[in-house]
Design a protein around this ligand. Structure first.
Ligand SMILES: *[C@@H]1O[C@H](CO)[C@@H](O)[C@H](O)[C@H]1NC(C)=O
Length: 229
């Protein structure tokens, strides 16, 4: 009995140490790696289209992104509006870039929706093209109202209550440990709506984006080796 308990405690300590090293390692990587995009630049591109008709705005923003970040934007055959059920709200997203540490997507809703923002190991910024976004921060007693052209920052570890008005559309950039955001993004789908088709679309587009970034990385690495050997 005592031996067993001792073994259990040792196992727990080992697992905790391993987790600690893993979290620290990812944190170190996130703090020191180079990024393809930056929040300021994505906001600057998007805010020019504030008040435009959302569909036309997204088309033009996509063109700008393809010119600025060749090879990092998913091809048009992979552009798909996918429903997102999370934190009690329901929206729709179109992923245009995703890697282990960054993503860019178009997001919004055609009807009013509200709920919990989620707490992420990522910094997330949203630039509004149309509509209205109410954000109620933890610990406060008032909400803030954002409109077209505004950029809303959601810091790592923060949590808010949010309300998107009908026909609110935005460009979203996330930077952090992106796989950690998936459980929240899929929780309501897997355990609430049980819409496994939507869950499949979500995982599929992320897998395609990861594959694209991975291939690009391998190609660059090979070129680097050729140039240096
Ligand atoms: C998230 O934002 C905070 C505050 O600006 C910054 O210190 C941190 O480095 C950011 N994290 C990443 C992964 O960019």
């Amino acid at each position: 009995m005592v031996v067993c308990m001792l073994r259990c405690i040792i196992s727990l300590v080992k697992i905790s140490l391993l987790l600690g090293v893993l979290v620290y390692g990812i944190h170190f990587w996130l703090s020191n790696k180079d990024y393809v995009f930056d929040a300021g630049k994505i906001a600057k591109i998007s805010e020019k289209y504030a008040g435009y008709e959302a569909e036309a705005a997204f088309r033009d923003i996509l063109k700008e992104l393809e010119d600025l970040y060749p090879g990092h934007i998913l091809p048009s055959r992979d552009h798909q509006w996918i429903f997102v059920n999370a934190g009690g709200w329901m929206g729709s997203m179109m992923v245009v870039h995703a890697s282990l540490t960054e993503y860019v997507l178009f997001f919004g809703t055609a009807i009013d929706t509200a709920g919990h923002s989620g707490r992420y190991w990522a910094n997330i910024s949203d630039t509004l093209i149309t509509g209205q976004y109410l954000q109620w921060k933890e610990g406060e007693m008032k909400s803030t109202v954002y409109g077209p052209g505004d950029t809303i920052y959601h810091g790592m570890g923060e949590v808010t209550s949010l309300n998107f008005k009908a026909d609110t559309w935005m460009v979203e950039y996330g930077r952090g440990f992106i796989p950690s955001t998936l459980p929240f993004a899929l929780a309501d789908t897997v355990f609430g709506t049980t819409d496994f088709v939507t869950a499949f679309y979500t995982v599929r587009v992320y897998a395609k984006a990861l594959w694209m970034e991975g291939s690009l990385f391998v190609g660059e690495f090979r070129d680097y080796l050729k140039g240096n050997l």
